[in-house]
Design a protein around this ligand. Structure first.
Ligand code: F6R
Length: 245
């Protein structure tokens, strides 16, 4: 486990963008696993700058996002497809046909999830998976549970996640109650994993994920068992682990 405490959000973003840029430069046809949320916005902006400056190209890249709300079309401004288009895909030279987000508009959850697993496998699996970290240790929409869900599946969102995401919708009633998400098994199959977290409100969960027991009640704790994980956190999110490194 490689743990890096960056000085602030900008430094965390740049360091994380550098990990992705290095992967893209070394393997221009690789498969990236991508995340939405507030945390990666800065690193996506850095990757857009790198691409505009010509230091990296996404033209050969295939991508798979972690998750998508069930019931939202990709054109909905709170869909994760829309987020990815506006924060990254629209501004770089990636082939949009090679970018994948679970199909939130497909009401057949079994088909939507099985198709997604097949597409990831057909692409050869994920080379580098980017993850954000929920306050309760969720990754993707894998919420605390009594077991680690394996494959891409449908989830009922917890009240705390609905609450946290409601800031992005007009009202809490508009927040979808279900989502499609890669499973913990899907995530753990990635050959390399990069986790980003920032802010004082993530300090405790960063500590628990890295130094607590590996339990499905803290889904991201399973990352302790992955052979190639890099955590990049800002100084606030790293405040409870800095004395342990
Ligand atoms: C997003 C995702 C979520 C977020 C997590 C942290 O695709 O899978 O698990 O990474 O909720 O969100 P932020 O970055 O907004 O704190």
């Amino acid at each position: 486990m490689n743990i890096i405490i960056a000085s602030d959000y900008e430094d965390m973003s740049r360091k994380a963008a550098d990990v992705i840029a290095a992967q893209v430069k070394a393997h221009p046809n690789c498969v990236l696993g991508l995340a939405t949320g507030s945390t990666p916005i800065g690193l996506y902006a850095d990757l857009v700058s790198d691409c505009k400056e010509g230091s990296i190209s996404f033209s050969g890249i295939t991508s798979f996002n972690l998750d998508e709300y069930r019931g939202l079309e990709g054109t909905h401004d709170q869909s994760y497809r829309y987020f990815m288009n506006t924060n990254l895909f629209d501004h770089v030279d990636i082939d949009k046909n090679a970018t994948h987000v679970p199909d939130g508009s497909n009401p057949d959850s079994d088909a939507a999830c099985a198709d997604y697993e097949k597409m990831i496998a057909a692409a050869g699996g994920v080379d580098l998976q980017l993850l954000g970290l929920g306050h309760n240790g969720h990754v993707g929409f894998n919420e605390p549970a009594d077991y680690f869900p394996v494959d891409t599946h449908i989830v009922d969102l917890t009240e705390s996640t609905i609450q946290a995401n409601s800031r992005l919708f007009d009202s809490i009633d508009d927040v979808p109650r279900q989502a499609y998400t890669m499973g913990i098994g899907t995530i753990m199959k990635a050959r390399q994993i990069l986790v980003v977290a920032n802010g004082a409100d993530k300090a405790q969960i960063v500590h628990d994920v890295l130094f607590g027991p590996v339990v499905p009640q803290v889904p991201a704790s399973v990352l302790q068992l992955h052979p190639n994980v890099t955590f990049i956190v800002d100084s606030e999110a790293g405040s409870k682990i800095k004395d342990k490194l």
